[in-house]
Design a protein around this ligand. Structure first.
Ligand code: 5AD
Length: 347
């Protein structure tokens, strides 16, 4: 164990079998501490103690997909569906800009009502009104041509978690019609088009083993994304995994540290899922090497309808979720919340 950690700290890269050996030590507190210490040192070297904010606008909860773990999957008849209007989206940006956000994330289910042209119009309007801001899209799998159109409209970044890099696990978490191959193709298309790309996975997804996680690390090592979303799986009552247990906080934190060491300049959010499972989750995330937080900017009445998993925080406008609250959380972890675009440092 000692020796695998030392090798990792030296080379920032391991084989699948070695990652597995590294991950098998996740419950060892000494190992976790060692990795977190190094992760923080690396983050500080590239980004200082800055925590970047991303204003998240969940603009549609319609989704044509039916991912088995997700609360807003198409088959869930108990969700009231909504779409924000263009004006409402721009209003979110206006409010968010005033709060200090310099990145807006347009996230939604895969909703065909928002045609490519409609999305492009929204991107152009945001970029015209807020030229000092980055626009990040998180709207799922599209064709190369669609991604190109969005890029030309001004989109800077794209988030598309790969979810799992294991074919079989991918098939067990998603219905037929969705494939890992397609997912990976999208990620490579996005890279080719010059987006800053974010991939990522859930920790503790039903059926997931440490070897699956080792495969996720190998995939991310190959993809070299600028961002990585890693959060614990949390069951949603209206899914077939409603009574599964949630992923481990400690394992998630361990993986955040590993990620930071593997991809030193990666932008790494302390995710909402981490904050949902543990009231101090985000602080712990920062102390493990994370440097991004993504508070919700959607109108309050829509937030509870974007329930990917049970008890998602931010849906009631809680105090700890305001910019002041998040600034306190950052400070608590020895960091500071900044009002900057927070682009990825190129190595
Ligand atoms: N628990 C945790 N994360 C989830 N996501 C979807 N459903 C859940 C869940 N039940 C994550 C997926 C998706 C992102 C938007 O939210 O990884 O990519």
């Amino acid at each position: 164990m000692e020796h695998i950690i030392e090798k990792f700290l030296e080379n920032h890269k391991l084989s699948r079998a070695e990652y597995l050996a590294l991950l098998e030590g996740w419950e060892n507190q000494e190992s976790a501490r060692r990795l977190a210490q190094e992760a923080v040192k690396i983050r500080d070297h590239y980004y200082g103690r800055k925590i970047f904010t991303r204003g998240l606008i969940e603009f549609t909860n319609y989704c044509k997909n039916n991912c088995y773990y997700c609360g807003i999957r198409n088959g869930n008849r108990n969700v009231s569906r909504y779409r924000l209007t263009e004006e409402e989206i721009l209003e979110c940006c206006h409010i968010g800009h005033g709060m200090g956000h310099r990145t807006f994330v347009l996230q939604g289910g895969e909703d065909p009502w928002f045609t490519d042209e409609k999305v492009a119009v929204i991107i152009r309007r945001i970029k015209a009104e807020f030229p000092d801001c980055a626009v990040t899209l998180s709207i799922g799998e599209k064709s190369y041509e669609s991604y190109r159109l969005f890029r030309e409209a001004g989109a800077d970044r794209y988030l598309l978690r790969h979810e799992t890099a294991d074919e079989e696990l991918y098939r067990s978490l998603h219905p037929a019609g969705l494939s890992l191959e397609k997912r990976k193709q999208c990620l490579y298309d996005l890279k080719k088009l010059g987006y800053q790309v974010g991939a990522g996975f859930m920790v503790g997804a039903p059926g997931q083993t440490l070897d699956h996680l080792a495969q996720d690390l190998v995939f991310l090592q190959e993809l070299q994304p600028q961002m990585a979303g890693i959060g614990p799986f949390i069951p949603h009552h209206d899914t077939k995994y409603g009574s599964e247990k949630a992923g481990s906080i400690e394992l998630t934190l361990f993986l955040l540290s590993v990620m930071r060491i593997m991809l030193p300049a990666v932008l790494l959010p302390a995710t909402t899922a981490l904050g949902t499972l543990d009231p101090m989750g985000r602080e712990k995330g920062f102390m493990a090497g994370a440097n991004v937080v993504m508070p919700n900017l959607s109108p309050l009445e829509n937030r509870r309808l974007y329930e990917l998993y049970d008890n998602k925080i931010g849906t009631r406008g809680e105090d700890g979720e305001s910019m002041e609250g998040l600034a306190r959380r950052a400070e608590c972890a020895g960091c500071r919340l900044v009002s900057e675009r927070g682009d990825a440092v190129e190595l």
